[in-house]
Design a protein around this ligand. Structure first.
Ligand code: SF4
Ligand code: SF4
Length: 478
């Protein structure tokens, strides 16, 4: 029988131990010398005859046993094996887990790269004479809660994320939503988690008290120290925003620590010419006291002056590798590390995550516009082309299912042969829409970056596995 290695990625740790990431099962396996030779030797398009291979080996019995193990583990399979049917969706309607409420589409800052103001914004422009609601009313916020609770089927827990514009410009809607959710969830015996993204400029004592009392998961958009923050994150006057947000962030972090709240994260948008990731990470965790930092390359066409470009992505990956060294040292000592991008990837690798869709958008997660219209996520809510109903009239299940079928990774030709597809699945729908005008297309402009980052994750995983395997226990109950 002719056999060949399935789609995979081979890699080594720093001691030369061979590993393989097996794409169809999303498993990571350590390989001994013979298994390593087999995985490499059978990695040929037409396969290798198993009987010939075994007969030619110095120890045929050992070769047969090792080959049998790899076949059983799904690493080497018959060349003509029929693949299971592609593009299956989970049973629909899929119960909702998270609703992202865009409580306002206005912002008090004018960050140069913001998709809300740039050409990356995909909202359908208002028709002549049409008036758009810029702040969600308290009624719409409450209707959103009702919609989430009735669309979550048997889930014992749901999440509400508040987003903007600048989210805290509409604090009354946030408070109304939380008060109502507490009452209603109790009545149907569900737990509700809250989270919010903010630019921190409106964090008053009252807001800090409210957020920490309700154990919000808080993400602050901040690009680094004063020099970094003030390059792009500016007021409408053009003045930098760092001095205004810094004392508020310190107060929030101190109060949250006192109250033993959930980790507070910084989200850094990485643009061309930014300081090194390592310096920014150290400033945000060491000086300001953030628990976690996530870095996102700016979403921008290559024509923008702040776009990263190929060299920028390469540099970013090199900086991520340096920060990964810190991560490994912390993990070896049994300590958590706040490099959120890597932490999320390691969790997905450990849990064997295998995505058919890049994220929960349209599946367990939906966005709600200021007017109560539903969209795939917060970035799609004002795009008429992507409208999926409303919290009042309900979800357009036909349109939702049709989108998810079309966006399934098995329909993305290039992704079918990519080792990283269980983790990437084609990448963000919004970026695909901005880049190619079609949210269901694969983001082929950043494959190299994704594959490079997954490679870094795999190597880091192997190193921590050797240094302190107990570190991964933290990912086993979540
Ligand atoms: S978008 Fe690129 S990196 Fe992502 S799964 Fe598809 S081919 Fe792989
Ligand atoms: S579509 Fe993009 S922006 Fe929306 S939830 Fe998914 S990854 Fe995030």
């Amino acid at each position: 029988m002719r056999l060949r290695t399935v789609l995979h990625r081979r890699f080594h740790d720093e001691h030369g131990t061979a590993f393989v990431y097996v794409t169809p099962s999303a498993a990571i396996l350590a390989l001994d010398g013979l298994a390593g030779q087999l995985v490499a030797g059978f990695d040929v398009p037409d396969g290798v005859d198993d009987a010939d291979f075994v007969a030619q080996h110095a120890d045929p019995a050992e070769a047969r046993r090792a080959l049998g193990d790899l076949v059983d583990l799904g690493v080497i399979r018959p060349v003509d094996e029929v693949r299971p049917p592609a593009a299956q969706l989970p049973p629909m309607p899929f119960p909702l887990a998270t609703l992202v409420l865009n409580v306002t589409n206005k912002c008090n800052l004018s960050c140069t790269y913001c998709y809300e103001y740039g050409a990356d914004k995909i909202a359908t422009p208002a028709a002549p004479g049409e008036k758009r609601v810029s702040r969600m009313t308290e009624d719409t916020a409450r209707q959103s809660i009702d919609f989430l609770l009735r669309s979550s089927a048997e889930r014992p827990q749901v999440s509400i994320t508040f987003f903007g514009g600048e989210t805290l410009l509409n604090f009354p809607a946030i408070r109304a939503a939380v008060d109502y959710a507490e009452q209603q969830a109790k009545a149907v015996r569900k737990r509700v988690h809250y989270s919010l993204t903010t630019n921190a400029t409106l964090l008053t004592d009252e807001v800090i008290d409210f957020l920490t009392t309700h154990r919000f998961g808080i993400t602050i958009s901040i690009d680094g120290d004063a020099g970094e923050q003030d390059r792009h994150r500016v007021w409408k006057s053009g003045a930098g925003s760092f001095a205004d947000m810094e004392p508020r962030i310190r107060k929030l972090i101190a109060t949250n620590k006192e109250r033993k709240g959930r980790p507070i994260g910084a989200r850094v948008t990485v643009t061309r010419g930014a300081k090194s990731v390592i310096d920014t990470y150290r400033f945000l965790t060491g000086d300001l006291g953030f628990d976690e930092v996530g870095f996102a390359p700016v979403t921008a066409g290559p024509d923008r002056t702040w776009a990263l470009g190929d060299q920028g992505y390469e540099n970013l990956l090199a900086e991520f590798s340096t920060l990964a060294e810190d991560y490994v040292a912390a993990a070896a000592a049994g300590r958590a590390h706040g490099f959120a991008n890597l932490g999320d990837l390691l969790r997905e690798l450990h849990q064997g995550i295998h995505k058919a869709h890049p994220c929960g958008a349209g599946l367990g997660l939906l966005g709600v516009s200021t007017e109560g219209e539903l969209g795939l996520c917060h970035r799609f809510v004002e795009s008429k082309d992507h409208a999926l109903g409303s919290v009042r009239k309900g979800l357009d299940e036909g349109k939702r299912t049709a989108f998810l079928e079309q966006a399934h990774v098995d329909h993305k030709t290039d992704c079918r042969v990519c080792f990283a597809k269980p983790l990437c699945a084609g990448g963000c729908y919004h970026e695909a829409h901005v880049r190619y005008g079609d949210a269901t297309r694969a983001n082929l402009h950043y494959c190299e970056w994704i594959r490079g980052f997954v490679d870094l994750g795999l190597k880091t995983y192997a190193r921590i596995l050797r240094a302190n395997p107990k570190f991964f226990a933290r990912y086993e109950s979540s």
